[in-house]
Design a protein around this ligand. Structure first.
Ligand code: SAH
Length: 463
């Protein structure tokens, strides 16, 4: 097989990035973007490596039954969605398989896999957007998303994953920029002002936060911008300017200046009120987060008398939704603003049995262990890189009855489940949860308990 050959190929699997994969008669894997499992294709070979090749669809001989018509003009250009060309049902089975494969292959763990918790809304489910602002080669204003594996901005006026009001914020920003000739940031030179538009919406409260990331202190004619936003968006609650003067890929700088409102919005999750400020982590799919946390609560199987340790707690959400079912809640989070929010969230919801520590989770866990703290249940919700062996050892050393592990990366989850197995903890059950329909991401919640039988974890599973 060589470049430019046209071959017939049946697609039999898919990568997490949304490429279909087929095997040639010689056993060579060919990756074909935009194909679907079950497709019979005529494929033009674009690149040949030793054991695999890349191709593109020349003609669909027989389409897969899972195919649907992609309904977004920038699908596969913007680096966001990867599954807009197959049915949601097929997407869910791919995600289920991704989680099961990782846990089995990477973790070497066999367990009770429950069906994925599918999302009711497959579009308009996000409550947050961070949109890079730039200019095209021809000098046109671009507000959109980075193309996959690139820093080229794909202009996007109405992303199907975002609430419609975000498109209005984009439109007002665009008009303002055109009217006043805002100096747009250039990533290459590090010069120019406006870098990113960052928007958040409280789904239940309908409160809107608009944040502009600027290379400097603010923008000229901010007063006009705020006036334009307020006129168009009656639910605008706050406008914040974030200052980022560094030549970096990190979106937010360290300083916020509130230009309108209080600098935060509130929203509701599992019946509790939460304060969300620009720096704090807040689940982007609120409705689905409720389902995920409900499952986590089932797994925690609290009786009212436990000490609950919530590691990587963000604004305290998971632990606080369980605080009424335990004796004491201890949350650990590294971002000071999020810890501040977590404390305020406890107060606003009249929760008095919670305390929060601002620290690195492995470090804090070690210290708590040394102090003799013995949590009955530990919640883990780390970022993509997972917990790591050291933290797993510390947690196991505290001998909790149950560990509830919420993960946004099946591979690091699987690795950590293996560490837990080596330290006396059995993975009893795993439930994938689709927080991000149409994208490659999948969330998982796993229940672990100590090797010697534990009645309450049986109870947790019987629900
Ligand atoms: N449990 C929360 C947040 C989960 S996201 C929720 O569901 O809303 C992961 C959180 O871990 C983020 O808030 C991040 O700031 C925090 N984090 C990242 N590295 C950390 C570390 N080393 N120690 C403690 N927290 C950390």
């Amino acid at each position: 097989m060589k470049k430019n050959d046209v071959i017939n190929l049946k697609i039999t699997s898919a990568t997490a990035e949304g490429s279909g994969v087929g095997k040639t008669e010689e056993g060579m894997a060919v990756f074909v973007p935009l194909s679907a499992i079950g497709d019979e294709l005529s494929v033009r070979v674009l690149k040949v490596k030793k054991t695999y090749a890349y191709g593109k669809i020349e003609k669909i001989i027989k389409p897969s039954e899972s195919r649907i018509e992609p309904d977004c003009p920038v699908f596969q250009k913007c680096g966001g969605c990867v599954w807009r060309h197959i049915s949601y049902e097929s997407e869910c089975s791919l995600k289920q398989k991704k989680v099961e494969d990782a846990v089995r292959r990477i973790g070497g763990v066999e367990t009770d896999f429950k069906p994925i918790i599918a999302c009711e809304k497959t579009d308009r489910y996000r409550n947050k957007a961070q949109l890079p602002v730039g200019k095209s080669a021809g000098g046109e204003l671009l507000i959109g998303f980075f193309a996959l594996h690139s820093h080229r901005i794909v202009d996007c006026r109405d992303c199907a994953l975002q609430p419609a009001v975000f498109s209005e914020v984009i439109d007002v920003t665009r008009r303002f920029a055109e009217q006043t000739g805002v100096d747009i940031y250039d990533e290459q030179t590090g010069k120019g002002r406006l870098r990113h538009l960052y928007i958040r919406l409280g789904e239940i409260t309908n409160e809107l936060m608009v944040c502009y990331v600027v290379n400097g202190n603010g923008l000229k004619r901010e007063d006009l911008l705020i006036k334009m936003l307020r006129e168009r968006l009656p639910n605008l609650k706050t406008v914040v300017f974030n200052s980022n003067r560094e030549k970096t890929n990190v979106i937010l700088g360290s300083r916020n200046r509130v230009a309108f409102g209080n600098g935060y919005i509130t929203d509701v999750l599992c019946g509790l009120k939460f304060r969300v400020s620009p720096f704090s982590f807040w689940q982007v799919n609120r409705a689905q987060a409720e389902r995920l946390y409900t499952k986590a609560k089932e797994y925690a199987a609290l009786s009212g008398d436990e000490v609950l340790l919530d590691l990587y707690c963000g604004t305290g959400t998971i632990g606080l939704t369980m605080a009424d079912c335990c004796r004491e809640l201890i949350g650990v989070e590294i971002i000071p603003d999020a810890v501040g929010d977590a404390m305020k969230n406890a107060a606003v919801n009249n929760i008095s049995n919670a305390r929060f520590i601002c620290a690195d989770a492995p470090e804090a866990a070690r210290q708590l262990r040394e102090e003799g703290v013995r949590p009955n249940v530990v919640i883990l919700d780390p970022p993509r890189k997972g917990c790591g062996e050291e933290l797993v050892k510390t947690v196991a050393g505290m001998a909790p009855d149950r560990v509830v592990y919420v993960s946004c990366d099946p591979a690091t989850l699987a690795r950590d489940l293996k560490y837990f197995a080596e330290n006396g903890y059995v993975t009893r059950e795993v439930t994938p949860c689709d927080m991000f329909p149409r994208t490659a991401h999948v969330e998982t919640v796993a229940l672990l308990s100590r090797q010697n039988t534990d009645d309450r974890s049986e109870l947790a599973r019987s629900k």
